[in-house]
Design a protein around this ligand. Structure first.
Ligand code: MG
Length: 340
């Protein structure tokens, strides 16, 4: 295989704010893997919270270049296992490479990845939500009105005005809501908010407490009238078992766990344990979103609107239309870069 690394800095449509801070651009590292004249693509973005930088990801990937150049791709999962000792400490780099390996694998085999995994794509797949980032109430209402007609909106919370935000948005749509506090609440606050949120049509609460608040989380899991879904508390494969008894479900993210290989195993394990399954995105281009889509048959919920938050995209592949996921008639993850 031959590996090429590319860096993109892409403007967002809106300044994106969650409880931890704001950002105006998205910086993506794109991995291209080439074999037999076919090319697969994978992606990971820089992230302050997770300490992922372009330099760090590049150094990790350069360290495995000789191995890649000496290897023919047979199966992405075995490649992931082989490279784990060297890439395991940098899950973002591991993810970008693993996504490229899956896209290439499907293109070499002449099949979409979901089909190679033995999954079915049908009209029972969950629709994706559209995420409304934190802002003033007026701006959050405007963001919703800019994207009318979605079946589900995910609302970022973690302010003193959280209920007022949800009430204002509820005044504009009958869609299902889900909320994400990104660790900003206490147990008491969560339990106080949950009945009001339920009455406002919220289906679940994502990561109300900080990831180390296990004791308080057990109480929330027991007493909350709304289901609670782990995100920051469920990052890597071993975390899935830890969430049992503390959450109703887990939100797996490809960059946090290291790609499609571990994500698929985590979802299968979560289902075995009776946990609800979700995959979420960071801000991502269509490269990352097309990879997420391959997992849809394994999901109860999905948050894959990341490419819609960008003012410019870099690829074609899976598309999202008002929450519905449209697969291209292409192999692999279906990614084609539209930039040089
Ligand atoms: Mg989240």
């Amino acid at each position: 295989m031959r590996m090429t690394l590319r860096r993109f800095t892409l403007p967002l449509r809106h300044v994106f704010t969650i409880s931890r801070g704001s950002t105006e651009v998205y910086r993506a590292l794109v991995v291209e893997l080439e074999q037999d004249g076919l090319r697969g693509y994978g992606e990971a973005g820089e992230s302050d919270y997770y300490g992922a930088t372009f330099e760090g990801m590049t150094a990790a990937l350069e360290s495995v270049r000789p191995h890649l150049e000496a290897t023919r791709l047979e199966d992405p999962a075995s490649l992931w296992d082989q490279l784990r000792p060297r890439l395991g400490s940098n899950p973002f780099a591991q993810c970008a490479l693993d996504l490229a390996a899956h896209d290439l694998w499907g293109k070499l085999r002449g099949q979409p990845v979901w089909k190679l995994w033995g999954l079915e794509i049908d009209d029972r797949l969950p629709p994706t939500d559209y995420t409304i980032g934190l802002d003033t109430i007026e701006t959050m209402v405007r963001k919703l009105e800019e994207r009318p007609g979605w079946p589900i909106y995910k609302i970022k919370l973690g302010t003193a005005d959280d209920l007022a935000i949800v009430r204002a948005l509820r005044g504009r749509t009958d869609a299902v809501f889900r909320v994400d506090a990104n660790c900003a609440w206490t147990a008491a606050q969560t339990l106080r908010m949950a009945p009001a949120l339920r009455d406002l049509g919220v289906e679940f609460i994502e990561q109300p407490l900080p990831p180390d608040a296990w004791h308080a989380m057990r109480q929330v899991r027991r007493e909350s009238v709304l289901p609670v879904v782990a995100d920051e508390s469920c990052q890597v494969e071993d975390d899935v078992d830890c969430c049992l008894g503390f959450f109703h479900g887990v939100n797996v993210k490809l960059v946090k766990c290291g790609g499609l290989t571990p994500a698929r195993r985590m979802l299968l394990r979560a289902r075995q344990l009776g946990l609800r399954t979700m995959v979420g995105c960071m801000t991502e281009t269509t490269v990352g979103i097309s990879a997420i889509a391959q997992l849809l048959p394994l999901l109860d919920y999905v948050d894959m609107d990341g490419a819609l938050l960008l003012a410019e995209d870099i690829a074609t592949g899976v598309r999202i239309q008002r929450g519905r996921v449209r697969f291209p008639d292409e192999n692999g993850c279906g990614v084609r870069l539209t930039v040089a």
